[in-house]
Design a protein around this ligand. Structure first.
Ligand code: FSX
Ligand code: SF4
Ligand code: F3S
Length: 324
């Protein structure tokens, strides 16, 4: 089932339930977001009360240079469901992947959304091409650079969704022919300071939790790279289930080995977990699994120097002087 079909089916289920989610599902959503934010379960009713007491805030979601993997990851989030976010928590007033209008009608929607008298939040997925005045990335004949400067510049808050939007990501990999850059670098000179939610793609709970934090408590605490510390405060390595093997010097020497299957450390197979800040081991994707547990090394997808600093990804990346 395609993501759009799946979303439609989910929304239909909700409609059958009466058009709105049940109280139980809403509280479950709040509990999951609280857990991802590192809060105790008792914080869920606070989130619920704050969300219920406010008018649903408008969100304008822009697509830059990217693969749409961030949106795809978000659409496939099953717990919390994406429809909870876009139907109950926010008012998603512009998103090229999800909206029904196209062409002139879509452009009119954007104009209406950015002139909302109550203001709006802006999420940007993807990098922004800068070379030759931004010529290599255009939407409806306007460069992403000029369009995003307008949309993000007037927003109450800006979220850079994914590593491309945060730092350039693979779009900025050498030789970076389009001069792609992250939102902070491209729009910083215009006064835009985004909250970065890196990852290629990021975990949907990191995005949803950030939206909830913005709505309930304002801008969350950020690290030096603009990432919320509640999600990016420790390394993948710190909470990795293979860590006891690392500490005991037990390293798998091949992917198809008994040692790799038995949970031995993947550092010699290229794992960048020790240098990568993200909550994958605890949040997991859809609370199901994550790369290292599935047997693939962490490739550092949420780090500012991802892609070039780590490629090729199967390379042994022990730091100078580090032994195994
Ligand atoms: Fe793709 Fe998003 Fe990677 Fe980038 O993810 S999953 S290339 S971070 O902007 O769509
Ligand atoms: Fe650290 Fe990676 Fe080894 Fe896990 S597999 S312990 S993240 S080096
Ligand atoms: Fe990315 Fe590493 Fe997590 S590759 S998804 S930060 S395990």
């Amino acid at each position: 089932m395609s993501s759009k079909t799946r979303l439609a089916a989910t929304l239909l289920e909700r409609q059958i339930e009466g058009g709105r989610m049940s109280r139980r599902d809403f509280l479950k959503f709040c509990a999951l977001v609280a857990a991802a934010m590192g809060m105790e379960a008792g914080y869920a009713p606070t989130i619920a009360a704050a969300l219920e007491s406010k008018q649903r805030p408008s969100v304008v979601y822009m697509h830059g240079a990217e693969c749409t993997g961030c949106t795809e990851g978000l659409l496939r989030s099953i717990d919390p469901y994406i429809d909870v976010l876009i139907m109950e928590v926010i008012s998603l007033d512009y998103c090229e992947t999800l909206m029904a209008p196209s062409g002139k009608a879509a452009e009119a929607n954007l104009e209406t959304a950015i002139h909302n008298p109550n203001g709006y939040y802006c999420a940007i997925e993807g990098a922004i091409p800068l070379r030759q005045g931004g010529l290599y990335g255009q939407v409806a004949g306007e460069t992403m650079l000029s369009l995003f400067a307008k949309v993000a510049g007037n927003a109450k808050g800006v979220i850079a969704m994914g590593s491309c939007a945060s730092y350039g990501g693979i779009q900025a990999a050498k030789p970076n022919p389009s001069g792609a850059a992250g939102v902070g670098e491209a729009l910083g000179p215009m006064g835009v300071k985004p909250i970065n939610i890196p990852g290629c793609p990021p975990n949907p709970v990191n995005f949803i939790g950030t939206v909830v934090h913005l709505l309930t408590q304002g801008v969350p605490a950020l690290d030096g790279y603009g990432r919320p510390t509640m999600f990016y405060g420790s390394t993948v390595h710190d909470k990795c289930p293979r860590l006891p093997h690392f500490e005991a010097g037990r390293f798998a020497r091949g992917f198809e080995t008994k040692e790799a299957r038995d949970g031995w450390c993947l550092h010699l197979l290229g794992c960048r977990g020790p240098y990568t800040y993200n909550n994958c081991p605890t949040a997991q994707f859809n609370q199901t699994n994550w790369p290292v547990r599935a047997g693939a090394p962490c490739i550092g997808c949420s780090e500012p120097d991802f892609w070039d600093a780590y490629a090729p990804f199967s390379r042994d990346v022990r730091m100078k002087g580090e032994s195994a």
